[in-house]
Every structure is written in structure tokens, then in C-alpha cells.
Design a binder for this molecule. Structure first.
Ligand code: TA6
Length: 296
């Protein structure tokens, strides 16, 4: 099996039937299906709002949008970033296909997409590559940022804004105890120390955890995933809840009840890379098979 190109959408699948769909627009993964707990049917692992624009008219409300070169509102003081839109240009630019590999007798497939931003627009002498690898029971998405300037350093923020499909009211997240986090739901965005062994998104949550461990378990009754991050030193946990959620124009009714955003990122500071240097930020997501599939 492997790859079938359909216009501006790439559908990848592997022997087990696991499949993935990615748009050229924003290199946005919009679907990842894998074997369910009893391996009988495929389960959609990501959330995409039914009101999401999938025609390139605006960033996709769901899936895995790529945030680059700035996280949140661009710095008005930054000479180039000031004129960018929220979360930068990677998620609303059209990327190019740049190679695909099917390996292990169809047990895995990998595609590579690239984006060479217009320097006059962004001032960034960078080339981006995004490598997506699908296997039966896991997905990895790795962002490669290369400084192609011959003389100037490049500074940026980067984040993978992953909308994991999950029952938000019963999700538990571990791996965050003791971390410093910025609470963006409170005026003045105060810094706190996470005191909970296990966090949840029972209420409006928009937390930027700094110097995070890069390993997170997100669990819920009968399901869950492990997320392992490389390169990304921070992680954002976001769920808007009903009040903020119903004010998001392309959020389907009650959509906030059906996802949690676990967003590995390098966002609490700017990363700087020198001419010729490549930085990689990646995530590996592995479903935690529900207990029912483990031998008694
Ligand atoms: O990652 C969390 C966040 O920064 C929230 O503050 C919220 O703005 C969310 O991203 C969605 O941003 P968007 O520009 O996609 O509406």
C-alpha cells in the first residue's frame, strides 16, 4: 500500500490499514486512523472541526497545524514577524511534496514536505522540511528548520498544535508535576508551579509549561496516547471549554468536548540557529492500547 496523491491531499496507508491524510496547505495532517482496541475497526485519533476550512482559505481548525516562526500573536517589535498572522505562516502556506518512502514491507510509510518561505515576506532565510512517518501503531511528525543564510543567525518559535481526539471531560495528563507554567486564561498570564500529579482540562485551560520533560501520557477511560517530544522544550495544553469554545467561528457545536490540544513547542523563548545549522522539533504519538487488549 503506501501513498496515493489526490490533488492537494496525500493519503498514506500501511498494511495494517492505518491511514493518514495530510494537506499541502500548511502540511496539515487532517486525519490519522489506526487499529482500535480490539483491532477490528480503525479509530480516528485526531479532531478536526466539521466547520474547519479544508480549502486553504484559512488555517485548519484541528488536525496538526504547524506553528512557525512565532507562537501566538507576533511580536510587534520584531522587524519581520510583526506583520505575520497569529501563529506565523507555516500553517497557512502551501508546502511542496518532497519524497516518500515505504519501508518494512508496508509496515511503515514516510512522506517529506518542504516550504521555502519568501524572504521578502518573512525575512527568514530558512528552509522548512516536515517528515511524517506512519506505522501501524504510531505517528511521528518532525519539523526540520535549516538556516540557509550564509551570514545571519535565524531566530524562531515552533510548535505542533495537535488536536488529539479525546473525551475532554475525562482526560488525565501526567508528566507535568512541578513544572513552571504560564496560565493564559488569567489576566496578566501569571506563572504558577504545577502541583497536580495528574492534570485535566475540566475547565478552560491554556497553559504553557516550560522546560517540560518531553514525555506525556494522556489517558481517558478505555483509551489514551503517549506523546514523546524531541527538540521542543515546552508543551502547551489547551482546551477552550464552552464559553471560549463557542466563540471560535470554525469550532463545531460542542467540539471542545471532543479534543485536548497537547502541543510540544519551543515557545517560552526564541530558538536561534546559525548559518547552515538545522534544528529538529518532533513528536511521536503512540496510542495506549486499552486494557481490554492486554492478556489477563
Ligand atoms: O495553543 C493555544 C493557543 O495559543 C490558544 O491561546 C488559542 O489561541 C489556540 O492556540 C488557537 O489559536 P488559533 O489561532 O488557531 O485560533
Amino acid at each position: 500500500l503506501g501513498i496515493s496523491e489526490m490533488d492537494s491531499e496525500e493519503v498514506m496507508n500501511v498494511l495494517s490499514g492505518a491511514s493518514l491524510e495530510v494537506l499541502l496547505y500548511g502540511a496539515t495532517v487532517i486525519s490519522w486512523k489506526g487499529p482500535g482496541p480490539d483491532s477490528s475497526a480503525l479509530v480516528e485519533r485526531l479532531f478536526v472541526s466539521s466547520k474547519a476550512a479544508l480549502d486553504g482559505s484559512k488555517p485548519v481548525r484541528g488536525g496538526i497545524p504547524i506553528v512557525f516562526p512565532c507562537f501566538g500573536a507576533p511580536d510587534p517589535g520584531h522587524p519581520q514577524h510583526a506583520k505575520l498572522s497569529q501563529h506565523g505562516y507555516a500553517r497557512n502556506s502551501t508546502w511542496a511534496w518532497d519524497g516518500k518512502t515505504v519501508f518494512d514491507n508496508d509496515a511503515g510509510v514516510s512522506v517529506r514536505l518542504t516550504l521555502t518561505p519568501d524572504v521578502s515576506l518573512t525575512g527568514d532565510h530558512v528552509v522548512l522540511a516536515y517528515v511524517i512517518t506512519l506505522a501501524e501503531h504510531q505517528l511521528s511528525t518532525d519539523l526540520h528548520v535549516t538556516n540557509v543564510s550564509t551570514s545571519e543567525p535565524v531566530e524562531f518559535q515552533a510548535l505542533l498544535h495537535t488536536y488529539l481526539r479525546a473525551p475532554a471531560s475525562s482526560v488525565h495528563i501526567d508528566g507535568l508535576l512541578g513544572l513552571t507554567y504560564i496560565d493564559k486564561t488569567i489576566a496578566g498570564t501569571p506563572k504558577n508551579i504545577e502541583s497536580r500529579m495528574v492534570t485535566d482540562v475540566q475547565k478552560f485551560t491554556d497553559s504553557v509549561y516550560e522546560r517540560a520533560p518531553g514525555k506525556y501520557n494522556i489517558t481517558w477511560p478505555e483509551g489514551g496516547v503517549k506523546v514523546k517530544a524531541i527538540g521542543f522544550e515546552d508543551v502547551v495544553i489547551w482546551n477552550p471549554g464552552s464559553v471560549a469554545g463557542s466563540n471560535i467561528g470554525d469550532m463545531e457545536e460542542g467540539g471542545w468536548e471532543r479534543y485536548v490540544c497537547i502541543e510540544p513547542g519551543y515557545v517560552s523563548a526564541f530558538k536561534t540557529i546559525q548559518p547552515g545549522e538545522t534544528w529538529i522539533g518532533g513528536q511521536l504519538i503512540t496510542p495506549i492500547r486499552s486494557p481490554s487488549v492486554f492478556p489477563a
